[in-house]
Design a protein around this ligand. Structure first.
Ligand code: C2E
Ligand code: MG
Ligand code: MG
Length: 257
């Protein structure tokens, strides 16, 4: 128990250093729009190049960042980097960043984003934030207000990992998300049964009924892609179209043809 606690303390202090000393970096994954047949946006995903532990994935340090409050500094770094990369190196594309539900409670998220947009000069309409459904659970009034302010600025808001959390249909109506990202587990199981296909079809319809753009995550095969195309999914993302890579390795012309 005490060993675990010491280890946690050590990692917390290392994470603080990592944010300060640029040990974090971003990779980008293309989001392919099926209507325009082009990549219109990319998602920024954080990594930590740890001096001793090597390359670390978000699930190895985001939970700690959330528990310790370091998520605010980490996320400021991510949003700032993603906005300046979009402005300097991704002309015409939008960029999405992942925001933890705790950031809606523990900070003035709209104010932070406004400041970063001002500092970097990126047009707000080119920034999208991805939040999980669970964002709607605690203090829905504050969350709703923050989202309203962000949307008034022109920032778009997407629900991430849809289908794995606790969002109720009344929340979908109340929160006015711009887009819905269907969790990859639904896409992985498409080939297993007619029932799974039917569920995906209906979720696409549900998203559209609420005027949301629907993105399918975790597209790994040509069959999954053609099923989603046939069923009027708006956007796809997954290894079949492109894995998350360093910005210099994003080869959009290959995908866009
Ligand atoms: P997410 O936002 O749902 O991101 C998608 C995850 O699925 C990414 O994992 C991506 O690499 C992976 N993925 C994409 N396409 C495929 C596919 O075709 N097949 C499979 N098997 N996987 C695919 P990653 O990069 O490990 O990120 C995991 C989660 O960590 C993200 O899930 C997001 O919730 C969180 N995360 C990442 N970056 C940040 C960040 O900057 N801030 C916060 N708060 N969370 C972040
Ligand atoms: Mg995401
Ligand atoms: Mg997701």
């Amino acid at each position: 128990m005490s060993e675990k606690l010491t280890e946690r303390k050590k990692m917390e202090s290392e994470l603080k250093t990592a944010i300060r000393e640029d040990q974090l970096y971003l990779v980008y994954q293309p989001r392919f729009n099926l209507r325009s047949s082009k990549v219109n946006a990319v998602e920024a995903l954080v990594r930590w190049q740890h001096p001793d532990r090597g390359n670390m994935m978000p699930d190895q340090f985001i939970p700690l960042a959330e528990e310790t409050g370091l998520i605010i500094n980490l996320s400021n770094w991510v949003i700032h980097k993603a906005c300046s990369d979009a402005l300097e190196k991704l002309p015409g594309l939008s960029v999405s960043v992942n925001i933890s539900p705790v950031e809606f409670q523990a900070s003035d998220l709209a104010e932070r984003i406004k400041q970063i947009l001002q500092d970097t000069g990126l047009e707000p309409t080119r920034l999208e934030i991805e939040v999980t459904e669970n964002v709607t659970l605690s203090d829905p009034e504050k969350t709703c207000q923050t989202m309203k302010t962000l949307k008034q600025m022109g920032v778009r808001i997407l629900i991430d990992d849809f289908g794995t959390g606790y969002a109720s249909l009344s929340y979908l109506r109340k929160f006015h998300f711009d887009g819905l990202k269907l969790d990859k587990s639904f896409i992985f199981s498409l080939g297993d049964s007619q029932q799974n296909q039917s569920v995906v079809e209906k979720i696409i319809d549900l998203g559209k009924a609420y005027s949301m753009e629907v993105t399918a995550e975790g597209v790994e095969t040509a069959d999954q892609l053609s099923f989603l195309k046939e069923n009027n999914c708006d956007e796809v993302q997954g290894y079949f179209l492109g894995k998350p890579v360093a910005i210099k390795d994003l080869n959009l012309t290959l995908i866009n043809g």
